[in-house]
Write a protein that binds this ligand. Structure first.
Ligand SMILES: [Zn+2]
Length: 235
């Protein structure tokens, strides 16, 4: 794991050592308790991810309800509460982390291609604008590890999924007789269209889950249940 920490927030980037899911497919609650205590968090919030385009805001009302881990469905979480960890689990999908330094607010998204084309990125940014008056040009964005273009092979019938994306040719790379999909680039281009500054998208942690064996990969493990967690908390 890597802990990216600065004066305002910390981000936990997990890896193959994360033991989030038991072999029977159930969440390993002990792991989440351990990580919450290592990160010194008051509460950890994860959702039951559904590859959709909606999410949850963690506000005072949410905290008072004392919602259990994974009780609610959704694929993004936003909050401006301090010492609350908001997280996603991934194995090839892209974890996208937002920090708004002007309004001290954060967001995190679980985005595969399904979420990306059904506008989860836009919806999460819109929610931060509505709740925290976030201006996209102020956002700092971090990408976690995901299936990257070096390995994310697709077949011709996948292209129909990208029909609504105006720049879809920019996210498909052809090598010999194979085609590869650039999920990170798709999400980055969407963010830039929304007004995020290119230099504010940090790719330092955007390793490829398929060829980098430090990470869980759904594709490399032929559908295995292992997942890494990514968590941001505000100080
Ligand atoms: Zn790769």
């Amino acid at each position: 794991m890597i802990l990216h920490e600065d004066a305002s927030f910390k981000i936990y980037f997990g890896d193959i050592k994360d033991d989030c899911v038991k072999s029977d497919g159930n969440y390993n609650i002990d792991y989440f308790e351990k990580i919450g205590s290592i990160l010194n968090l008051e509460k950890l919030v994860f959702l039951k991810q559904v590859h959709g385009n909606s999410g949850v805001c963690v506000d005072q009302n949410f905290l008072e309800k004392n919602t259990a881990l994974f009780e609610l469905n959704g694929d993004y979480i936003v909050t401006n509460k301090r010492n609350i960890g908001i997280g996603v689990l991934t194995a090839d999908c892209l974890p996208v982390i937002f920090y708004d330094p002007v309004h001290h607010a954060s967001g995190i998204i679980h985005s595969g291609w399904r979420g990306a084309i059904s506008n989860i990125i836009e919806n999460c940014v819109e929610k931060m604008k509505e709740l925290y008056q976030t201006n996209t040009k102020d956002l700092t964005v971090y990408f976690g590890a995901c299936a990257n273009v070096c390995c994310y092979e697709i077949q011709a019938d996948f292209l129909k999924n990208l029909e609504t994306i105006s720049f879809f040719e920019d996210v498909i790379i052809k090598k010999e007789d194979k085609m590869f999909f650039d999920l990170s680039k798709l999400v980055a281009m969407k963010l830039i269209e929304l007004g995020v500054l290119r230099q504010e998208i940090n790719f330092s942690y955007n390793n490829c889950t398929i060829c980098d064996e430090r990470f869980h990969s759904y594709r490399r493990n032929q559908g295995g249940v292992g997942r890494q967690s990514t968590i941001i908390s505000l100080k």
